[in-house]
Design a protein around this ligand. Structure first.
Ligand code: MLT
Length: 412
């Protein structure tokens, strides 16, 4: 008899986005005519073609693979030096942040990295998450056995939930007792909030004082427009001693289907063994990569490298302008319809208060049935997300304009 990982049986429901897709496809089968009008503002998946710089680099890389002199087999698991050096230089050192090339670990996605990082941490850690929260942080801890079962509201015993509400501008305060691992995500998915330098400094001070590690998800940093807001946790003094940062090419460069991301693990970062002795985390993460991963494909890494060329950076800027233009259009429409709207100014997500009396899923159903617009119900991101819904700005301009016109005229 084989025994399963019973932690999976604690998971509350299907993963949020497949569950939404299931409901949308049930709707489409029932109402095929209405389904022709569907506009998807649910999952944050990119719609615009890959930057030309990346496509050209891929074509050149394919040619490299066709000749003995330039052919590549297995690459370095942690990423090719040509890409790690570009990332460290452009995303960090040129912004005054001291990160070495070999502190960058190139991977196939931030979702995977956020999940895989748990391999190098103990089961005994007390873990804090924002609420609402990107479900991957919670579900992967459940799968790894770091929590108890869920209660009636869907909250898992053993996790510390940090409510993010309009009252705290969706940026939680530090807890009044120590925690070991802290997930922070800014610009935030789903609320679109961004922490200021001063707010992040408080978290870094807390982590340093309590020997905690911050797992900082900065997958949406490219969408920050306000020059005063931090793009990286390492802009905060002391953060290289207490934070791991996750970044992705999915949303800025349209790589959701290409798959390339990276994680920064500074060599100064340590955590303790069971006897309380500190050890650097960098070699553990490098070891994990060597054992469980064979690296991102050469062709993909060449495409990512090209994003740092002059033309690559201009093309990324144009993509960000496009999606943030959509965010502005959708934001104005939602405000015009009388709803309270947050986010969407430094993030590609709008976090919207449901009309009085409606739950998140009721609002989801109403918009699907009456306007054929797919949104993401806030309660899918945690108990504190109940009463909100998320609108993604990842769409064509035509769809954003059409969705905006339906939303602005919607009779709630
Ligand atoms: C989202 O819609 O929240 C994201 O697309 C999820 C992800 O990046 O995995």
């Amino acid at each position: 008899m084989a025994y399963l990982n019973s932690n999976y049986l604690k998971l509350k429901s299907g993963y949020l986005f497949p569950e939404i897709a299931r409901r949308v496809s049930a709707f489409a089968s029932q109402y095929p005519e209405k389904a022709k009008r569907l506009i998807r503002c649910g999952i944050g998946d990119v719609t615009e073609p890959l930057p030309e710089a990346a496509r050209n680099a891929m074509l050149r890389a394919v040619q490299d693979m066709g000749q003995h002199s330039t052919f590549r087999g297995y690459g370095p698991e942690q990423g090719y030096e040509f890409l790690r050096s570009k990332i460290a230089e452009f995303d960090y050192r040129s912004r005054g942040i001291s990160i070495a090339d070999d502190e960058i670990f190139v991977s196939d996605g931030s979702k995977c990295d956020c999940a895989n990082i748990l391999d190098i941490f103990s089961h005994t850690n007390c873990i804090a998450v924002m609420d609402p929260v990107y479900p991957v942080y919670v579900d992967t801890n459940v799968m790894a056995g770091h929590t108890g079962p869920a209660d009636a509201s869907g909250a898992y015993y053993g996790l510390l939930y940090l409510p993010c509400l309009p009252e705290n501008h969706f940026v939680p305060s530090t807890p009044n007792h120590p925690v070991d691992l802290i997930y922070l995500c800014f610009p935030n998915n789903p609320t679109g909030a961004v922490a200021s330098l001063a707010q992040l400094q408080k978290w870094v001070d807390f982590a340093l004082a309590n020997d905690s590690i911050i797992l900082y998800d900065a997958a949406y940093e490219a969408f920050i427009r306000d020059p005063a807001l931090p793009h990286s946790i390492y802009e905060i003094p002391g953060a290289t001693k207490c934070a791991i940062e996750f970044r992705s090419f999915s949303k800025n460069a349209g790589f959701t289907g290409v798959r390339c991301a990276y994680t920064v693990v500074p060599k100064t970062l340590t955590a303790r063994d069971e006897s309380g002795n500190p050890h650097p985390l960098h070699p553990l993460w490098a070891r994990r990569f060597s054992t469980k991963f064979n690296g991102v494909s050469y062709i993909t890494q060449r495409a990512a490298e090209a994003l740092y060329s002059d033309e690559g950076r201009q093309q990324i800027a144009a993509l960000i302008d496009h999606y943030m233009g959509n965010a502005d259009i959708l934001r104005k429409a939602l405000l015009a319809s009388g709803l309270l709207v947050y986010g969407g100014e430094n993030a590609p997500y709008l976090w919207v208060k449901c009309p009085t009396g409606l739950t998140s899923w009721q609002t989801f159903d109403l918009l699907l049935n009456e306007a054929q617009i797919v949104v993401t119900p806030g309660s899918g991101f945690g108990a504190a997300g109940e009463g909100f819904f998320r609108v993604s700005a990842f769409n064509s301009r035509q769809n954003a304009i059409e969705a905006a016109s339906r939303l602005a005229n919607f009779r709630w």
